[in-house]
Design a protein around this ligand. Sequence first.
Ligand code: NAD
Ligand code: MG
Length: 385
Amino acid sequence: MKRVTVLGATGSVGRSTLDLIERNSEMFEVVALTAHRDVSGLSAAARRTGAQRAVIADESLLPDLRDALAGAPVEIAAGMNAVCEAARMDADWVMAAIVGCAGLKPTMAAMEAGRTVALANKESLVSAGGVMTAAARSSGVTLLPVDSEHNAVFQCFDPDQAARVRRIVLTASGGPFRGWSREAMEAITPAQAVAHPNWSMGAKISVDSATMMNKGLELIEAFHLFPVAAEQLDILVHRQSVIHSLVEYVDGSFLAQLGSPDMRTPIAHALAWPDRMAVPVERLDLAKIAQLDFEVPDPERFPAIDLARAALAAGGARPAIMNAANEVAVAAFLAGRLGFLEIAAIVSDTLSGYDPPAPETLDAVLAVDAEARAIADRRVRNRVR
Ligand code: NAD
Ligand code: MG
């Protein structure tokens, strides 16, 4: 039996993870489940899986969680410290599926406790790449990439041949506005932005896919997960989302991982690793798909990619500032307070107005994150429409 914990159990990745765990209940024992505010989703999942502990991050919801789990043999707790405590519990495998930099502390807690971490929460690695990879090395933990592109690269990248890798190519669907003109993009609504053509995901990452900031975050994520230089990372728009990424070797070989666009495949890869497990995903029918398309991303309509490339090249605090400003801008867009094209503008403005020294510790990263959020928030409120 593998003992597993799911941080962010009520989200899109969390629910897909629990789907696999519940279909294979003889293989897994659930240690802890956490959520932000979704008491009913959390309590239902805890009852179904027989979880040892359920934790709600929003402290004010502790009485509701207590009511919802009355009579069930589940330990309950609330607050961010309790989420970190849950991350440290004695599990063999921890899914880090909280969205945003809010997932950083719990993910670090799991790593410092020596847990194998399946990492979906890319924002934590973007903000704290150096700090997190140092923690992984010093506690000897394995970080298993769950993001579909990084999971694909993980499956194709032979660490013994790292010096023979020429390039990593991250594929991108291009999002729902791939072919749109810049003028048309000005009026994009939150409802249009969260309707992704290929993947069903949480609201924040869906907007990131639409602006292509998601691919920018993924460039930085890949830089920290694999031993390559920033210049060896490329992006290719591939609208069918069948090839999830490629690794090119010096002899001209390209290794790629293909599959249906269903997150349960990369999640299952991380869950069963180093073994594999059966997953009820739609099998890829290449004859039916018939054709795969590729194009380079357009930097005019999707400026987020160049912002991320610059942040990665400069390093230090830049990726954390970029991520924090993007989280604030996406939340403002989803709340109807910011236009779609203003998201990248807020990120760019925040980056130009704030240049602190490189954060060397977790607390320093969190301080940069908090300050960048405050600046981005002011820019959202003061912007001239
Ligand atoms: P989601 O919004 O559907 O779920 C987020 C989860 O995090 C929920 O369980 C929520 O309760 C919890 N959460 C949110 N804010 C929190 C806070 N402040 N404190 C504690 N918990 C909090 O998001 P998602 O789409 O499942 O994405 C999760 C992560 O995985 C993101 O970092 C995303 O970029 C990454 N990811 C998602 C997909 C996907 O297909 N959804 C694919 C690749 C990577
Ligand atoms: Mg991805």
